[in-house]
Ligand binder design. Structure first.
Ligand code: 6PG
Length: 241
């Protein structure tokens, strides 16, 4: 058994977040493009990273005016609901956040998962400036992802239809495979893979099982994620042990 290629094991969640912050800043530095597109992961793991980026150690190094932030998935709940990734991101970056309000592209949840997915796909393509993604011109400079205890990533759950979506960039997920059991909206594998860099952040003993299943070659949604460039994994020792 071996951990995915491009895996780095670090001491703890803080070290994982610091390494992720450095790689996010490096990814921004690689492009002279006026606009940088970064796809945010939901859940709890990335909160440490988002707080670091907005904090005194990193904020001055982040090109806030150039970055446009997108969501890999969200729960179809009001944005002020404790389960909302919009709320999590707003709180983690801090309400005095340096993100220009027009640079956060939220997943609309008020009209349900299907309408929200269609609207978000339109927003992505409008930002991209074409009606289809060109492999030679990835949509995202960086995609941040987490790993669920069942091997899901974003809201691509094992055995659910959205995992197998090959045409749409954004899909509704009427039934989540793990809590919170609310409908979701998720980017699909074609959208997540339209990236120069994909970076998984995985911490905690609860992730040992899905990591072991991936290392054993089991076909789990997180293992299906590709990239135009690289797919890297940052683990803490608790998850990697
Ligand atoms: C979500 C996330 C999801 C998350 C994993 C890990 O909306 O829940 O996008 O894919 O990354 O479930 O979640 P934790 O970081 O909370 O363990």
């Amino acid at each position: 058994m071996s951990l995915p290629a491009g895996t780095l094991v670090l001491a703890d969640p803080q070290a994982v977040a610091r390494e992720a912050a450095e790689r996010l800043i490096a990814a921004c530095g690689e492009t002279a493009a006026e606009r940088i597109a970064i796809c945010l992961s939901g859940g709890s793991t990335p909160k440490v990273l988002y707080g670091l980026l907005a904090g005194p150690d990193f904020a001055a190094r982040v090109p806030w005016e150039r970055i446009h932030w997108f969501f890999g998935d969200d729960r179809v709940v009001p944005w002020d609901d404790a389960r909302s990734n919009v709320r999590m991101v707003r709180e983690a970056f801090g309400h005095g956040s340096r993100i220009p309000p027009t640079h956060l592209c939220f997943m609309p949840s008020e009209d349900g998962a299907e309408a929200g997915a269609r609207a978000y796909e339109r927003s992505l393509l409008d930002f991209y400036g074409a009606d289809a993604l060109d492999p030679a011109r990835p949509l995202f400079d960086l995609v941040l992802l987490g790993l669920g205890e069942d091997g899901h990533t974003a809201s691509l759950f094992p055995g659910k239809p959205a995992v197998s979506e090959t045409l749409r960039l954004v899909a509704p997920v009427p039934e989540a495979g793990l809590a919170p059991f609310v409908p979701r909206i998720t980017l699909t594998l074609p959208a997540l893979g339209s990236a120069r860099h994909v970076l998984f952040l995985v911490t905690g003993a609860g992730k040992r099982d899905p990591l072991a299943r991936l290392a054993a070659g089991e076909d789990l949604p997180a293992g299906r994620v590709t990239s135009v460039g690289d797919v890297a994994w940052l683990l803490d020792e608790a998850a990697a042990r």
